[in-house]
Design a protein around this ligand. Sequence first.
Ligand SMILES: NC(=O)c1ccc[n+]([C@@H]2O[C@H](COP(=O)([O-])OP(=O)(O)OC[C@H]3O[C@@H](n4cnc5c(N)ncnc54)[C@H](OP(=O)(O)O)[C@@H]3O)[C@@H](O)[C@H]2O)c1
Length: 119
Amino acid sequence: MKITGNTVLIVGATSGIGKELARSLHALGNRVIVASRRRELVDQMIADHPGMSGIPVNVNDPVSLANFTFEVRNRFPEVNVLFANAGICRSEDMTSEDGKARSFNVRRASRESPTLSHT
Ligand SMILES: NC(=O)c1ccc[n+]([C@@H]2O[C@H](COP(=O)([O-])OP(=O)(O)OC[C@H]3O[C@@H](n4cnc5c(N)ncnc54)[C@H](OP(=O)(O)O)[C@@H]3O)[C@@H](O)[C@H]2O)c1
C-alpha cells in the first residue's frame, strides 16, 4: 500500500489503535477522516490535527450508519482506504473455565466463518 496521498476513513478512530493510526497516517500526508460515536472526541481529534475531518457514527445503529454512508459518499467520494476498526475488546481470564470456553468458541467460529472474530 502507498502510505501517503490517500484519503483514509477510519471508523473507531478516537482511541486506542484507531487513534494512533489516524495520527500516524495524518502525519504521513494522508487526508484522514475519523469516525466514532462520541461527537466530542471526533471534534477533539479534528481540533488537534488541522486538516483532519470527522463524522460521528454508531455502526450498531442502522439509521446512523445509513446517514454516515450518505455523508461520506457526498463529502469524500475520493476515499480509497477504509479501516473498519470500531469495536470493543474485553480482557478475559484464559485460565478460567469460562475463558477457555470462549477461546474455543472464537476459534471454532473463525474456522466456520472467516468474517467472524468474536462470538
Ligand atoms: N486492543 C487489543 O488488544 C485488540 C485485540 C484484538 C482486536 N482488537 C480490536 O481492534 C479494534 C480497536 O481496539 P482498541 O483496543 O483500539 O479499542 P478502543 O481503544 O476501545 O477504541 C475503539 C474505538 O471504536 C469506537 N467505537 C466503539 N464502538 C463503536 C460503534 N458502535 N460505532 C462507532 N465507533 C465505535 C470508539 O469510540 P466511541 O466509544 O466514541 O464510539 C473508539 O474510537 C476493536 O475492534 C477491537 O475489538 C483489539
